[in-house]
Design a protein around this ligand. Structure first.
Ligand code: GLN
Length: 489
């Protein structure tokens, strides 16, 4: 029996003894060996651990047990999510070699359901970036065109899924870090509503914005992974207690009563014409299937980038204060005093983008500037949230691009932080408002690069978000395309 292409199907056949978890795991590990020299999706591969886990799972199946909903499914974890099976570096020299004493809640959930962790994926240092180029350990390449970025910050996760090295990967999304790389790599990415998924064991960047979510090959698999990781965790006080609906068995929606919100002001200047065309085409596909298109307006979206880069940097400056080389982080040699110890560790071991953000955030919070910057940004955040609430009175979902362009060349924006920040313009608002959003493949540009469609739904409406995404996916085949470099194997 050949090994299925999706997590949902793989788990089912491994449970029925049709395919061995060990074989599925070996196939993925072989692909990593074949391609990761070129792509650099992984910072750590824990092959022995994975094979041992897979063997254990096969044994459990043979003994008549059911290891769970992800039985034998090989996955990867972004390297800012704590695992005991391999180091957690956050793409930073500050944490090089650090092994967490505990697994993140989401990792526990996945392993409890029989998933097999193959390793940790590359990212922009501490998740700060949109291209994976800010990793201290070198960039990841986009599997569709290795001269281009995979997006960021969860670039390694998205590229690994696109290159079929794993069936799914976890990412984290503070301002678009799941959705934008998913779009650039032609896979599905879901940012859950704030509080839907536990952040315990996720290394904090912007704590009021961060969420963990799945990156997968199709919508059903995204629903499956979200089902497993969502829900209350008493060890994260910001986790919401409401019950998790059954996403998997409710993936259909009544298209004739579906209201698709289109926001004209987000389809104007600065948007690549091929991306605009792909989003327009996707909208017309919904309408052809029977949905109604409604116009919505998000008047404060134009302030989202400025607002985000104040709030996220302010939170980052506080969160990253713990990395002093004393309690957390590596030490630099040759320090005589405690001040020097702190200064040298931070000076030598943090990258330029991380330092820039700590400085921006510290400035925005400093006395005298707090009211002018941080408080103002917090007020704008409320206005952005209210814009969405109004939009969702008339629309079930809002359709936008994920990013203004397709994947850009490696090196193109790395010395222009503002240009890099502007590539987050469509994704940031969902984090500020705490709503849920997904990126799904909606076509390719003339260079063969994938284009992503963003669907945004009200907070805690993941069920309808996924059902709408699945409805679109069922009318298209973009998600079935694979990068030329993986061949037909
Ligand atoms: N690209 C955005 C940033 O650089 C978002 C990152 C993220 O979501 N972690 O902050």
């Amino acid at each position: 029996m050949s090994i299925p292409e999706t997590a949902y199907e793989l788990a089912a056949v491994v449970r029925e003894q049709g395919v061995r978890a060990v074989d599925a795991t070996r196939q993925c590990l072989d692909r990593i060996v074949a391609l990761d020299g070129e792509l650099h999706c992984f910072l750590h591969v824990c092959g022995e651990y994975a094979i041992a886990r897979a063997t254990e799972i096969d044994r459990a199946v043979d003994a008549g047990h059911d290891p769970g909903r992800l039985t034998g499914v090989p996955i990867a974890i972004k390297d800012n999510i704590c695992t005991t099976s391999s180091p957690t570096t956050c793409g930073s020299k500050m944490l090089a070699g650090f092994v967490s004493g505990y697994d993140a809640h989401v990792v526990e959930c996945l392993e409890r359901e029989g998933a097999i962790v193959l390793g940790k994926t590359n990212l922009d240092e501490f998740s700060m970036g949109s291209s994976a180029e800010n990793s201290a350990f070198g960039p990841t390449c986009n599997p569709w065109d290795t001269s281009r970025v995979p997006g960021g910050s969860s670039g390694g996760s998205a590229a690994a899924v696109a290159a079929r090295m794993v069936y799914a990967a976890l990412g984290s999304d503070t301002g678009g870090s799941i959705r934008q790389p998913a779009a650039y790599c032609g896979v599905v990415g879901v940012k859950p509503s704030y509080g839907r998924v536990s952040r315990r064991g996720l290394v904090s960047y912007g704590s009021s914005l961060d969420q963990v979510g799945p990156i997968t090959r199709n919508v059903r698999d995204a629903a499956l992974f979200l089902q497993v990781i969502a829900g209350n965790d008493d060890r994260d006080a910001t986790c919401d207690r409401r019950a998790v609906p059954d996403y998997i068995n409710n993936l259909t929606c009544e298209v004739s009563s579906l209201r698709i919100g289109v926001c004209q002001e987000l389809l104007g200047d600065g948007l690549d014409s091929q991306v605009r065309e792909a989003v327009r085409h996707a909208t017309s596909q919904f309408v052809d299937a029977g949905a109604t298109m409604v116009s919505v307006t998000l008047p404060h979206a134009k302030y989202a980038t400025a607002c985000y880069y104040l709030i996220a940097t302010a939170e980052a400056s506080s969160n990253l204060a713990r990395f002093t080389g004393v309690h957390y982080g590596n030490r630099s040699a040759n320090s005589e005093t405690i001040e020097e110890l702190h200064e040298n560790a931070r000076g030598e071991l943090l990258g330029n983008e991380v330092k820039r953000r700590i400085l921006l955030g510290t400035y925005a919070l400093s006395s005298g500037y707090y009211d002018q910057y941080y408080r103002k940004a917090a007020k704008v955040r409320t206005l952005i949230t209210q814009d969405f609430e109004k939009a969702f009175e008339n629309a079930d979902v809002v359709i936008t691009p994920v990013a203004p362009t397709t994947a850009f060349p490696i090196g193109d924006k790395v010395n222009d932080p503002l240009a890099m920040y502007l590539s987050d313009v469509y994704t940031i608002s969902a984090n500020l408002a705490g709503v849920c959003a997904a990126s799904i493949p909606c076509g390719f540009d003339t260079s063969g690069l994938p284009i992503g469609l963003q669907l945004t739904a009200p907070a805690y409406c993941e069920q309808s978000l996924l059902a709408i995404a699945q409805t679109y996916e069922s009318h298209t085949d973009h998600h079935l395309q694979t990068p030329p470099l993986i061949g037909t194997s």
